[in-house]
Design a protein around this ligand. Structure first.
Ligand code: NDP
Length: 297
């Protein structure tokens, strides 16, 4: 079987280009560029890299970026005051707080404080509820990126059986809701599922969001399935640090119709979808200012 290795970087570049064209339409109409505020607490090196990439991509898309850096020992009150300020600012359309936060801070409280119409991560309960009830909303970037990949790869997803490995609030659950809306039949498996690999083997679409390096081998995959690997795991191999996914790429790729690599698959699309969400939030703010009332789309 010839397997397609999905080029997430190229798909992300295409999506960023589409977003930047829409940004240009806003600028041509004398409207402000979409503004993305990114809040980083502490010095975690991986988080710093993610934030740097997000800001770089925002600039490539023609957006304004606002970076707020807070020290590791900042208080909940200080962080919340920053969010309140960003909620009020008219030049800020999207707010992202880089997770995880240091242990003494409550991510849940911070997420609830972000104005839902600026919640470009799609984690606020308001947006979670809209997604779960099939209404337009700001959708978590990673599952949105996976959906974009699948639709660009397979076209109409109606009637496909999708198995999602993992049920987290940021990936597994929103992925299930999105694919359900795209008319897939959904199975979600998790750590308490018996013989999860046998269920996964029935899937036309397999999405792995487990956080276990290379857990998914060929025993989980139906020949001809499309495999989306969300996992990002840093491991030591032969004395070197490298990134691997939740899928054992070399064992699974020979059986898959198409598969995302790690790195270079879902990761770049996640960031591109953040730009898409920031554009949607800016368009929403424009329509609100013009007295047009609609839900986010
Ligand atoms: P979580 O740890 O929050 O969730 C993992 C899920 O996998 C849980 O639902 C857990 O089940 C389930 N699970 C664990 N072990 C097994 C098993 N042996 N069999 C079946 N299910 C299992 O992880 P996230 O959803 O946050 O992230 C998943 C992966 O995706 C990570 O590698 C993360 O780094 C990566 N990630 C990548 C992003 C990107 O941009 N590409 C963005 C976000 C995450 P249970 O609920 O029962 O514990």
């Amino acid at each position: 079987m010839s397997t397609r290795v999905i080029d997430g970087k190229r798909l992300a570049d295409n999506l960023i280009r589409e977003v930047s064209e829409q940004v240009q339409h806003l600028l041509d109409a004398d409207l402000p560029a979409p503004g993305l505020a990114v809040v980083l607490v502490g010095e975690d090196p991986a988080s710093a890299v993610y934030v740097r990439n997000k800001i770089k991509r925002a600039r490539e898309a023609g957006m304004r970026s606002i970076e707020k850096r807070l020290s590791e020992d900042c208080t909940q009150e200080t962080l919340e005051a920053i969010i309140e300020e960003l909620n009020q600012r008219e030049d800020v359309h999207g707010i992202l707080v880089q997770l995880p936060l240091p242990k003494h801070l409550s991510a849940e409280r911070v997420i609830r404080l972000i104005a839902p119409q600026k919640d470009v991560d799609g984690f606020h309960p308001h947006n979670v509820g809209l997604l779960a009830t099939g209404q337009a909303s700001l959708i978590p970037c990673t599952p949105l990126g996976c959906l974009e990949i699948l639709q660009r790869e397979l076209g109409d997803l109606s009637g496909k059986h999708a198995v999602i490995v993992g049920r987290s609030n940021i990936v597994g659950k929103p992925m299930a809701n999105l694919l359900l809306q795209a008319n897939c039949t959904i199975t979600v498996v998790h750590s308490k599922t018996h013989q999860a690999n046998l269920l996964a083997r029935q899937a036309d679409i397999l999405v792995a969001a487990v956080g276990q390096p290379e857990l998914i081998d060929e025993s989980w995959v139906k020949p001809g399935a499309v495999v989306i690997d969300v996992g990002i795991n840093a491991v030591e191999q032969a004395g070197k640090r490298k990134l691997v996914g939740d899928v054992n790429f070399s064992k699974v790729a020979p059986f898959a119709k198409a598969i995302t690599p790690v790195p270079g698959g879902v990761g770049p699309m996640t960031i591109a979808c953040l730009m898409k969400n920031t554009l949607v939030a800016a368009q929403y703010a424009r329509d609100q200012a013009n007295g047009l009332h609609h839900t986010l789309s």
